[in-house]
Write a protein that binds this ligand. Sequence first.
Ligand code: KIV
Ligand code: ZN
Length: 389
Amino acid sequence: MSVSDHLVIFDTTLRDGEQSPGASMTKAEKLRIAKTLEKMKVDVIEAGFAIASQGDFESVKAIAESIKDSRICSLARALDKDIDRAAEALKNANASRIHTFIATSPIHMQYKLQMQPDDVVEQAVKAVKRARNYTDDVEFSCEDAGRSELDFLCRIIEAAIDAGATTINIPDTVGYAIPRQFGILINDLIKNIPNADKAIFSVHCHNDLGLAVGNSLEAVLNGARQIECTINGLGERAGNASLEEVVMAVKTRQDLFNVNTQLDTTQIVPASRLVSTITGFPVQPNKAIVGANAFAHESGIHQDGILKKRETYEIMLAQDVGWHNNSLVLGKHSGRNAFKTRLQDLGITFDTETELNEAFTRFKDLADKKHEIFDEDLQALVSESRSQA
Ligand code: KIV
Ligand code: ZN
């Protein structure tokens, strides 16, 4: 397999995202999100962890039965019973994937698994082979790869690919990596594993140090061709890489990445709103791409620039990610140009410059007392200054 220019977007909002404390979702809610992800043209939807509970099994099954255009995946530990359960939930899917994993870091193998490295490799191979009996699309993850030893990773990944894994996922499970180091890891793996060209390399970064998106993008620059991510960056602890940020970074900086996703990015804001409403997790106003302020401009200098040429202060089109348009928020930092333009939009014009200046002075006085000035405030302010003239 040669390194393609298609970047696979693997959404795990319904699995890792649901692992955010307090974010559990019903089957009906998960189906609504899955339909939105399908509409967005997400390549792979990780619908859940079929063995985790009866509810999770039912959700994976329902999603597998109703989604046709995205591949549906279930997580499974490297255990026969997990893989069989995942396969059962996925059996009616149009396109399915079993995602099996085992920990590979010294600390996880010694304390959590209490297994010898040789036995971990054997179990991984057995799991991949079992999963391949059900589907020809099998993903293998080295849990805690970010803290694993390179030689051991090379060994287990080579064996997993030989056993039939078609995607190899490198999770930074505890969000410990930094971009340069993570990029080198991906590059070293692809370079040193003899059969690396038989699989797509994927990354799954957690955000404990706020670096999940940066690490994922550095991995793409070093040959990764699948990013695992979630809407609004939802996920275990500090979350996962946020889908909207990785997708828009790759799209906006195509000059650097040379990869494309097939996503309909206009579905990003609707998906973000849906996930936020369902989980009850609000989106912070200054969140990139989907925060209420992501395309809002308050400073006079910026507003003036935007009115003259949008690109002076905007690197993306608000409409491209599903906003209706950008917004010039009127507040104490706003300038005369934005003030005048908003009034014109409201059908208010001035006969003289003096009249405009007086209204602008009143506006500044009000803005000193009030965070944001709404259209009604402007209308009141103008009629007041006209009645006093
Ligand atoms: O963070 C992690 O390591 C995971 C794996 C199961 C992929 O979520
Ligand atoms: Zn994870």
